[in-house]
Design a protein around this ligand. Sequence first.
Ligand code: GLA
Length: 737
Amino acid sequence: MAAVASLVTLLSPVMAASSSSAIVADGSSFSLNGNDVSYRFHVDNSTGDLISDHFGASVSGDIPIEVTGNVNGWVNTIGRVRREFPDQGRGDFRQPAIRIRQSEGYAVSDLRYQSYTVKQGKPDLSGLPATFGTDDEVSTLIVHMYDNFSSVAADLSYSVFPKHNAIVRSANITNQGKGNLTIESLASMSVDFPYENLDMISLRGDWAREAHRERRKIEYGKQGFESATGYSSHLHNPFLAVMDPASTESNGEVWGFSLVYSGSFSVDVEKGSQGITRALVGLNPSQLSWSLGPGESLTSPECVAVYSENGVGGMSRSLHNLYRKNLIKSKFATADRPALLNSWEGLGATFNESTIYQLAKESAALGIKLFVLDDGWFGDKYPRTSDDAGLGDWIPNPERFPDGLSHAVNSITALKAANTSTNLRFGLWFEPEMVNPNSTLYHEHPEWALHAGSYPRTLTRNQLVLNVALPEVQDFIIDAVSNILNSSDISYVKWDNNRGIHETPSPSTDHEYMLGMYRVFDVLTTRFPDVLWEGCASGGGRFDPGVLQYFPQIWTSDDTDAVERITIQMGTSLAYPPSAMGAHLSAVPNQQTGRTLPVDFRGHVAMMGGSFGLELDPSDMPEDDKAALPALIELAEKVNPIILTGDMYRLSLPEESNWPAVLFISEDGNKAVLFYFQINPNINHAIPWIKMQGLDPKATYRVDGNSTYSGSVLMKIGLQFPIATDYGSKVVFLEKQ
Ligand code: GLA
């Protein structure tokens, strides 16, 4: 993209930075350097404001100082420049990154640069999930700003991961004055792009329709999206891409922003009167209103910003790599995942010890390695036999497990997975942040449910949300889950969360809840590091980087229809690594859409997720479909290491083509696996060529053990796959010779 302000002036240029060092700073200019990205800003000496110079392709040497032209009219210079951390009330009429209501009542701030610190590595973000790395992987610049009038200090923390072309930013605000003040809005990232013509992409949806990619032109004025549900939500994901209008999946400049947070958030994009485009990503102001007494601080979540010259795909691969290596703490982040069978769509909440044993036995005979018992196993006085009772009472249902849960677990884990000496493992579903009014917990502690005074407590799915901001609620959850995990040989937990937050005692409860929830996640995952934890929130209602810090995988959607899932999984992959996606082969007709798809198609779509599984009762399947399962499980296990650690290329998109296709290339580049689908039949029409990406043009690849072609042929000409019917699919292996 051409620089808008290419005017070279006689004013002194912004300091040249050596790109050999990740951070170059001299107290007036700052330069963060990734392998293929530069991020630069400087201090305006007359105002103390931080002025952005560049976020984009790697550059070296001086940058011409941006010329703003004549200042006429109502918009002063402060409203025309690119600001790093725009505050409110002094003539910048665009949306600020921070709004503070001072104790006197006014909402003006004057944050000026004071000093800076550079650190190797990256400090923790108190109580919040955050990317991490060794001193070799990441460096951090902290810029200290101060408002002399209100005695508010703002520390902006910028970490650069050079290998991933990622800049990570958060802000810490401290009240160093004597009165109380209120933080009314606080964005983690704020970028002013010097471009008038840009597009943006967001991920929108709803329950069972997550992560639909939405690309639109950025217009003058404000546009954006948010979650006000208390969680990151299915409605909008805390992810934004900004791009040159000419950029495509594989070419052109794209900036990706991903908020490491699981609560309500807000993304605001504003093209101001001068044609500069501001993007703000952070906490949702409608649920903040955070009071700071003297000496108190608020730390924002961090926002990851990546830059790619290789289109939307390049942006995604940077995020995938960063998240796999420097966000997910679990030892299973890139470890092979066991093929599992989840009981939900097969049995629902109706089962007993003997029916789940039968299901586990059938699963093991097919080659499944992990049996997951979903909802319905708990509740004594208020048994969970429907969604109307039991949440909060984490005691195995004594009628369903007369000899205790451990008896059932022992008999299931004594089974051997077919053709192996491996014992079947056992996993269990929980929904610990919730309570049904029909539960012992609610009768004992009605005050633990979120509420606003005497306003009615509105139900969703017959349940209320516990106030996880309260330490006693956190401890209750930690103890309840620990007791069950200590009682039996449980090596997997699916942690569900099935409604949004409505009535709260105060707008700040939402963020306090998140801090409490992260404490719970942290304690439990540290205490049980050998458990494979899976996040879930009615499917992908909390598919976000905050959850991924603790849980290496997330159930992507309650929609298990494989055609729908191509769109959902490809959309989710814009920001999140395929390794993090749970994807299951379910029964037909599909429970959500009523559609009947071939078993291979269902299996092939599911194995594009890092955690492959079945979600059905095999004894209800047509014989042919059932007979296909062992080979599909074997294939899923074969591709799994490439899905978990490889680079993903979305070759053609379901929104644009009848032949969606995805290529995964192993980290060492030696193996690749192509997934190719045909949705509608291709009657009496040419067979499309599908072009690979990311291969070595000079190398030779063997295709499915047969013909060999050069990387250049595979990428420039491609391959054809004739498929006779609708809903056809192919999995093709490429091996570098
Ligand atoms: C949610 C989850 C499902 C299943 C049910 C059980 O909808 O997303 O996978 O666990 O709850 O109630």
